[in-house]
Design a protein around this ligand. Structure first.
Ligand SMILES: [Zn+2]
Length: 180
């Protein structure tokens, strides 16, 4: 990603160095290279590896202190949410639209979960793609649902449509109907 920042910096810092046409060609080439998943400086590739992880989602701070004897400031320890696998591996979650429920909703914490995530070589954080819980041994898909608007979201709070409180939904995977 550093090339993005540095190239943008070049364009923004020296607007007269490059003509508009040259800038367009340059941006087109860069966009094309990005679409191909081309190498970026540092040797990393932005190609995700899909991985299924089983474990519990917790705050990093208390877990690091209890398990590793590593105390840390609350600003970090409370803000970083991790999946601790049944084998004890710690996977910090990227906070984004798909994982935000784990950061905002304690009902999803410290219970058996299966997360389908994307891992990126060299990045210790994982991106959540799908989340499943377990109730009475049955696998459930986790999301948030507004019954009035028939809208699915991935975080608690007001429905983006009717502003009613959106409900946490855990549905047995076997009973999910397409489109709902
Ligand atoms: Zn609604």
């Amino acid at each position: 990603m550093s090339i993005v920042a540095s190239n943008r910096g070049l364009i923004e810092a020296e607007p007269n160095v490059m003509s508009n046409n040259a800038r367009c060609v340059f941006l087109a080439l860069f966009t094309y290279a990005s679409c191909l998943g081309a190498d970026v400086p540092g040797g990393t590739k932005a190609r995700p590896e899909p991985v299924t992880l089983r474990g519990r989602v917790v705050e990093l701070g208390p877990h690091a202190n209890k398990t590793f004897g590593v105390p840390m400031d609350d600003e970090l320890g409370n803000a970083v949410i991790v999946l601790v696998t049944t084998a004890g591996e710690v996977h910090p979650l990227v906070r984004d639209v798909r994982s935000r429920g784990f950061f905002l909703d304690k009902r999803l914490r410290d219970r058996e979960m299966e997360l389908h995530v994307h891992k990126y070589a060299g990045l210790p954080f994982v991106r959540v793609i799908d989340a499943y819980s377990f109730r009475n041994g049955k696998k459930h898909q986790v999301d948030y649902w507004c019954d009035i608007c028939a809208i699915t979201t991935y975080q608690p709070g007001p429905c983006p449509c009717c502003q009613d409180e959106i409900q946490l939904r855990e549905r047995p995977v076997a009973e999910i109907q397409p489109g709902r």
